[in-house]
Design a protein around this ligand. Structure first.
Ligand code: ADP
Length: 702
C-alpha cells in the first residue's frame, strides 16, 4: 500500500514530515486558542449582562419608588373641592412636587378629563335658560323680539334695562348688560356699548357665563370689536391683550370647541399690522411670554383631546373590571406615528369618589428622567473604568450617554420592562466597540502570529534541508574527486615508471622506439603537471589566497603560443585543431599564465569529451567593449539540465563518457574563477551529440 512512498525523494519526505509535524500541532493549538477566545467572549458577555441587569434594575427601582411616592402624595392630599379651578391647582402642585412626571390628568366617573390647565367634558357649565323674576322675564322676551325681529334697538335697550332692574342674580345681570351692549353696537353707539360691557367686567365673578362662555370673555371680546369699529387701535390692542391674558389664565371646558376658537381668533388679532405698529419693545417681550404659554396650552389641549378620542375608552374599560386594586398600576403603550405613546394610571381610593374622581393618569417626563434622574442613580453605581452606560431607544439611537464619548456600537444591551417600553440600557466600551470587535482583533492577531510562525519555520526547514542536501552532495563529490585524482595521479606515474624502467634496462635499442618512449614519458608528465597545477590552484582559490599577475599583454599572442604547445601535445591523437585569430594584437591587462591555463582546460575538455569527430576550432574576436575567445568541439555535448552545474566545484556529468575519462571536476570551476578575477564571463552553448562551444569574454575597456 505504501509502495508509492518509494518513489518519493528523501527531500520531499523530510519536507512532508516537517510539514505534518508543524501543521498538526499548529492546527490543534489554533483550534484550542480560537475556542478559548470564543469562551472569553462568552464570559465577557455574561459579565457585562450581569452589570447591565444590575443597572437596569437600579434605574427601574428608582422610577418605581418615585411612582409610589406620587401615588402616596396623591392619596394623602385630596383636592379641596371638585371645582375645575381647584382640581387644576391640585394637579399643578402634584406636577411641581413630582418632577419625573408630566401631563397629569384626572378621569371623572362620567368620562370627563381634567389636566393642570384644561378640562374636557368636566361639569359643563350651561347658561341660564330664562330669568327668574316673571316681570323681568316678560320684559326680556319683549326686548329680544324687538331686537331680533323688529330691529328697534332703542326700544329693546329700554326693555332690557327694565328687566335689569328686577333681575335677581349676577348671572342675569351679565346677560342683560351684554344684550344692551349689543344693541348699542348695532346702533353704532360704540362708546355706550363699551360702557355696558365694562359693567360686566366690574361684576368680577369668574364663574358667570353667557351661553357656555365666561361673561368677562364675552365682554372683552365685544369691547375689542367696538374699539375696532372706532378705529381706536391702541385701546383695541389693550383690550385684546387683556382678553388674551384672560383666555390663557382661565381656560374653560373644551366641550363645544368655543375655547380653542376664541384662543385662535384672539392670538390671530394680536398679530395684525395695525397692532404691530403700536407695540413697543417691552410689550413685545411681554407678548412673547404669552405666546409661549399659549403654545403649552395648545399642547395640553391636543393631549387631552387625543386621550379623549383614543385612550379614554381603554382606561374606562380597565377601571370597570371587577375589583381592580387601588394600588395596581395600569400601563398603556401604543404605537402612534412611529413612536411609542405611553400612559400610566391608577384607580383613586374611595375618598375621591365624593368628587366623582375615578383615576389619576400621568406620563414620564423623559427629559427629566434622562438628564437628571438617571445620571444621579448611575453616579452611585460602581462600573469600573473601562465601561460606561448609555440609554438607547427602540431604533438604537442614543438618548443618554454617561460619558461624553461618541459611541457607535455597544457591548451588551438589556430592555427595560414595561416602564419604558422600547428603551434599552446599554454598556459601552470607551472606543465604542462590540464584544465581537474586542475579541475579533485578538483572534486576528493570533492567527497572523500563528501563520507567521508557520511560514518562518517552513522557510527554516527548507533552508536546512537544502543545506544538508548540498553538504551531502559536496561530500559525495569530494570522495569521488579523491578517487578520481588518485587514479589520475597513478596512471601517468605508472606509465612514466614503466617506460623509464624499460629504457633504463637498455632493452630498447631501436632509436625510433626510444623516441616514442621518451615522448610518452613527456606527455604523461605534462598531464601530471597540468593536474597538479589545477589541484594546487584550486586549493589556493578555495582558501582565497590565489594571486594573479596582471600585465598588459597581447591576448592573440597568448592564445597562439598555447595552441602551438597544445598542438604538439596531442599531435598523435588525430585531432584537427583550427584557429581564427586576428592579425593585429589585442592588448589587455591579463595574467598570461592564468589565461593560458583556462585555454588549456577548455582544449583538454574538448579532447576528452569528443568521440569520432576529432575537431576543435579556436577563435579570438574583438568587438566594441570586449575580446572573445571561443573553443568549439564536435563532441558529446552537454544536456540543458547540466549546463548550469558543470561550473560547480567537483561536479562531473555522470555519463558513460565521463566515467571512461578521468577528471577532477575542477577544470571549469577554476576557469570560471580565473575569468571572473579578470572581470570577464564564461558561458557555454551545447547540444547533446553535436558538440559544445565555450565562450570567454574579457572586457577591453573599463
Ligand atoms: P573534468 O575534470 O571532469 O573535466 P571539468 O570541470 O573540466 O571537470 O568539467 C566538468 C564536467 O563538464 C565534465 O565532467 C564534463 O562532463 C563536462 N564538460 C566539460 N567540457 C565539456 C565539453 N567540451 N563537452 C562535453 N562535456 C564537457
Amino acid at each position: 500500500m505504501l509502495n508509492f512512498l518509494k518513489h518519493i525523494t528523501p527531500r520531499t519526505k523530510i519536507l512532508f514530515v516537517a510539514f505534518i509535524l508543524i501543521l498538526l500541532p499548529g492546527a490543534i493549538i489554533s483550534y484550542l486558542s480560537l475556542q478559548s477566545i470564543r469562551q472569553k467572549a462568552e464570559n465577557l458577555r455574561i459579565k457585562y449582562n450581569g452589570t447591565v441587569n444590575l443597572v437596569r434594575d437600579k434605574l427601574e427601582n428608582e422610577v418605581s419608588r418615585l411612582e409610589t411616592n406620587l401615588r402616596n402624595v396623591a392619596i394623602e392630599k385630596t383636592p379641596e373641592s371638585d371645582k375645575p379651578a381647584s382640581l387644576k391647582v391640585w394637579l399643578r402642585n402634584m406636577e411641581s412636587e413630582n418632577p419625573a412626571f408630566k401631563n397629569l390628568f384626572l378621569v371623572s366617573a362620567d368620562g370627563g378629563l381634567i389636566s393642570s390647565s384644561v378640562s374636557l367634558g368636566w361639569n359643563n357649565p350651561t347658561g341660564i335658560q330664562s330669568l327668574a323674576n316673571q316681570q323681568a322675564a316678560a320684559s326680556f322676551n319683549m326686548a329680544e323680539k324687538s331686537e331680533l325681529i323688529n330691529k328697534n334697538y332703542i326700544e329693546s335697550i329700554t326693555l332690557y334695562r327694565q328687566a335689569l332692574v328686577s333681575s335677581e342674580s349676577t348671572h342675569e345681570r351679565a346677560l342683560l348688560l351684554s344684550r344692551i351692549g349689543r344693541c348699542y353696537f348695532k346702533l353704532g353707539e360704540y362708546k355706550k356699548a363699551i360702557n355696558e360691557y365694562k359693567k360686566i367686567l366690574e361684576l368680577e365673578n369668574n364663574e358667570i357665563t353667557i351661553g357656555n362662555v365666561p361673561a368677562s370673555i364675552v365682554a372683552l371680546s365685544q369691547i375689542t370689536d367696538c374699539y375696532e369699529a372706532l378705529k381706536a387701535y391702541e385701546e383695541q390692542y389693550n383690550a385684546t391683550l387683556e382678553l388674551y391674558k384672560h383666555l390663557l389664565d382661565q381656560p374653560w371646558d373644551l366641550t363645544g370647541g368655543e375655547y380653542p376658537y376664541y384662543l385662535n381668533s384672539v392670538s390671530g388679532k394680536m398679530h395684525t399690522p395695525e397692532v404691530s405698529a403700536i407695540i413697543s419693545n417691552s410689550l413685545e417681550r411681554n407678548i412673547e411670554d404669552l405666546v409661549i404659554r399659549e403654545k403649552r396650552l395648545l399642547e395640553q389641549i391636543r393631549f387631552i383631546e387625543f386621550i379623549n378620542k383614543n385612550i379614554l375608552p381603554e382606561i374606562e374599560s380597565e377601571l370597570r373590571q371587577e375589583f381592580p386594586s387601588e394600588l395596581q398600576l395600569h400601563n398603556i403603550s401604543r404605537e402612534v406615528n412611529d413612536s411609542t405613546f405611553q400612559l400610566r394610571f391608577f384607580k383613586l381610593p374611595a375618598a375621591f369618589q365624593q368628587y366623582r374622581l375615578l383615576a389619576l393618569a400621568y406620563q414620564f417626563k423623559k427629559d427629566y428622567i434622562l438628564s437628571d434622574l438617571f445620571p444621579k442613580v448611575l453616579a452611585s453605581v460602581e462600573l469600573g473604568k473601562d465601561v460606561f452606560i448609555g440609554i438607547l431607544d427602540e431604533n438604537d439611537s442614543v438618548l443618554y450617554l454617561q460619558r461624553n464619548i461618541p459611541a457607535s456600537g455597544y457591548l451588551v444591551a438589556e430592555n427595560f420592562s414595561q416602564l419604558f417600553a422600547g428603551w434599552k440600557v446599554a454598556l459601552f466600551d470607551p472606543d465604542g466597540k462590540t464584544i465581537e470587535q474586542l475579541t475579533g482583533k485578538e483572534k486576528q492577531l493570533y492567527l497572523m502570529l500563528f501563520l507567521g510562525i508557520i511560514v518562518v519555520m517552513l522557510i527554516g526547514i527548507i533552508l536546512m534541508v537544502q543545506a544538508v542536501i548540498h553538504e551531502s552532495e559536496i561530500s559525495r563529490l569530494k570522495s569521488e574527486f579523491v578517487s578520481n585524482v588518485s587514479h589520475e595521479l597513478k596512471t601517468p606515474l605508472a606509465l612514466i615508471r614503466m617506460f623509464g624502467e624499460t629504457l633504463d634496462s637498455g632493452i630498447v635499442t631501436d632509436e625510433k622506439d626510444k623516441r616514442k618512449f621518451y615522448s610518452i614519458i613527456r606527455k604523461e608528465s605534462e598531464r601530471l603537471t597540468h593536474l597538479i597545477n589545477n589541484v594546487l590552484d584550486f586549493s589556493r582559490m578555495d582558501a582565497g589566497v590565489k594571486e594573479y599577475n596582471f600585465r598588459e599583454s597581447d591576448l592573440v599572442e597568448v592564445v597562439r603560443s598555447s595552441l602551438e604547445a597544445y598542438k604538439f601535445q596531442i599531435s598523435d591523437d588525430g585531432f584537427k585543431i583550427e584557429s581564427e585569430l586576428p592579425d593585429e594584437a589585442v592588448i589587455l591587462r591579463i595574467d598570461k599564465d592564468a589565461i593560458s591555463q583556462v585555454l588549456l582546460n577548455l582544449l583538454n575538455n574538448a579532447v576528452k569529451y569528443s568521440d569520432e569527430e576529432k575537431y576543435i576550432l579556436v577563435k579570438v574576436r574583438k568587438d566594441m567593449t570586449s575580446a572573445l575567445i571561443s573553443v568549439t568541439d564536435h563532441g558529446v555535448g552537454i544536456s540543458k539540465d547540466e549546463l548550469k552545474k558543470i561550473f560547480d566545484k567537483f561536479y562531473r556529468v555522470s555519463t558513460a563518457r565521463t566515467k571512461e575519462t578521468h577528471g577532477s571536476g575542477l577544470g571549469l570551476t577554476l576557469s570560471k574563477h580565473i575569468i571572473e578575477a579578470h572581470g570577464g564571463t564564461i558561458e557555454v552553448e551545447s547540444e547533446v551529440g553535436k558538440g559544445s562551444t565555450f565562450l570567454v569574454r574579457l572586457r577591453t575597456v573599463d
